[in-house]
Design a protein around this ligand. Structure first.
Ligand SMILES: [Zn+2]
Length: 131
């Protein structure tokens, strides 16, 4: 699966975002090493700290299904219908993703409505926390 296909799935997942408080809608799709893909959308809560990002929802769905190795994650998001800026993962999601990318080579694919940008998890989180 190429980056564009992964972005399309993230765009589709974004339609399910539940963000009545911020209006910031995000979708993510994570590509497992076996070729399967899991999607997630952000889910907000009236108690704001309970909100969970699209990236972690996608990751946790995959891990809950037994997946442990990942190639890439695509993330698209923005206020209401606007996706004109890249939406990189927050710090918490970078750390959560790094749990399953010990070499940091997981690709992080962003999309601003026109262009794709490919980064690596290591580039986004060079000094991850490890035990
Ligand atoms: Zn996040």
């Amino acid at each position: 699966m190429d980056n564009s296909e992964l972005v399309k799935l993230a765009l589709g997942a974004r339609k399910n975002a539940y963000a009545p408080y911020s209006g910031f809608l995000v979708g993510a799709s994570i590509l497992c090493s076996d070729g399967s893909v899991f999607c997630g959308a952000n889910v907000e809560n009236a108690s704001y700290s309970l909100t969970c990002c699209a990236e972690r929802n996608a990751l946790f769905a995959a891990v809950s299904a037994g997946k442990r190795e990942f190639e890439a994650i695509a993330v698209v998001g923005g206020k209401e219908g606007d996706i004109s800026e890249f939406c990189p993962p927050c710090g918490a999601c970078r750390q959560a993703l790094s749990e399953f990318s010990s070499d940091g080579k997981m690709r992080v694919v962003l999309f601003d409505g026109k262009r794709e940008r490919e980064l690596t998890l290591d580039g986004l989180l060079p000094c991850r926390f490890e035990l």
